[in-house]
Design a protein around this ligand. Structure first.
Ligand code: NDP
Length: 354
């Protein structure tokens, strides 16, 4: 985006779109929202083209147990669940590709997209399901020591810290879940929270309080991350007393929430002040006709895998209806037809309604 707030189209300079591949539906992102949108669009014979982005499977591939996704009675590992999502979308003909959409031009239809800065794609509709990413505190040494003791993903990096003293900042469900996970490896986990009450759900609080390996340092903020080549400690401050001290830890996990991955769409789409894409009530329509948004890129309230999947389904149905209304495809299917589309590997029999 330019400083005057208008989209920057320089990425398209000199790019020839005459021979570019043109698709009915391009889906950006492969978390629960994107892959559910792909499943529904594929079953509508729209042959969706899906770009996986930098983290195929989205945030759930960095999590361990998912216990609250309906249908998995015994829980499931996040990466396994996303593998199931992917396979199901592919069964119906989803065209899943490596790569990230790096520039968009929504000024006219078909929309112009650039993939990995070099491949032009034309899209009649675009479904945005780019999700959200972990936030950091913004300390200089936090970024310098990222991957060298600083991490925003306990499930990815926790096992590197066996029998060590670790700290985690945050008071939400993520912080509790990750603190609990870290106790599998660490000898001690200090949870640093800036207030004296947690934001986390009751059940997660109770689990964390019941774990002897976890200590809580209330009203505490992190002022600096210490260490030359690896984390050697934290400079912390009690905001009630003003007292500063050093906490001797060798790993520092940040779990203070997420921000939507919507930078690419700034200047095109209406967003709230934190960057969540705004959609029209009860739909996934954005302010640009033919562009739909779903999942954590658009939802700052629920942010659950199941709600992301739900809005992904909505986006695919919205895109299908929009294409039909604009004459790009023949008619809108009936409710029965939604459920009856056979998988590519089926014998063509009527599917059980889902
Ligand atoms: P949340 O926004 O819920 O919590 C973020 C936490 O980080 C808050 O305690 C907040 O403090 C703290 N924080 C934010 N910014 C800073 C800062 N600059 N410095 C210090 N502390 C800061 O994010 P989560 O990622 O925890 O959860 C997001 C959503 O996902 C929630 O709806 C949650 O319920 C859900 N979730 C559910 C899980 C489950 O059910 N198993 C697991 C993980 C997430 P403060 O409280 O003072 O604002």
């Amino acid at each position: 985006m330019n400083t005057n707030g208008t989209p920057d189209l320089s990425a398209f300079d000199g790019i020839d779109f005459d021979e570019a591949e043109r698709r009915n539906v391009v889906i950006i992102g492969t978390g629960p929202a994107g892959l559910t949108a792909a499943l529904y669009a594929a079953r509508a014979n729209l042959e969706p083209l899906v770009f996986e982005g930098t983290q195929p499977g989205g945030q759930l591939v960095t999590t361990t147990d998912v216990e609250n996704y309906p249908g998995y009675a015994d829980g499931v590992l996040g990466p396994e669940m996303m593998e199931d999502f992917r396979k199901q979308a592919e069964r119906f003909g989803t065209d899943l590709r490596h790569g990230s959409v790096t520039a968009v031009d929504f000024s006219e239809r078909p929309f112009r997209l650039m993939v990995d800065h070099e491949t032009p794609i034309l899209a009649d509709t675009v479904i945005i399901s780019t999700g959200a990413s972990a936030k950091y505190l913004g300390l200089k040494n936090e970024q310098r020591l990222l991957g060298r003791g600083v991490s925003a993903c306990a499930t990815c990096d926790g096992a590197f810290f066996r029998d060590e003293h670790l700290a985690i900042v945050g008071g939400g469900d993520t912080a509790m879940e990750e603190a609990l996970f870290l106790t599998r490896f660490a000898k001690k986990v200090s949870v640093l929270h800036r207030r004296d009450t947690l934001r986390a759900s009751q059940i997660m609080q109770e689990r964390a309080f019941a774990n002897d390996t976890i200590e809580f340092l209330w009203n505490t903020v992190v002022e600096d991350v210490l260490g030359e080549n690896a984390v050697e400690g934290l400079k912390i401050k009690n905001v009630e007393t003003g007292e500063t001290s050093t906490l001797d830890v060798t790993g520092f996990f940040v779990a203070i929430g997420h921000q939507p991955n919507t930078e690419l769409f700034k200047g095109w789409l209406d967003m709230d002040e934190t960057g969540y894409i705004q959609t029209l009530p009860d739909s996934t329509y954005t302010n640009i006709e033919g562009v739909f948004a779903c999942g954590d890129a658009q939802d700052h309230v629920y942010r659950q895998a199941v709600t992301a999947a739900g809005t992904g389904c909505m986006a695919a149905i919205d895109a299908e209806r929009w294409l039909a209304e604009h004459g790009a495809i023949d008619g809108v299917r009936t409710q029965t037809e939604y459920h009856a589309a056979p998988a590519e590997d089926s014998d063509g029999g009527m599917a059980v309604q889902g």
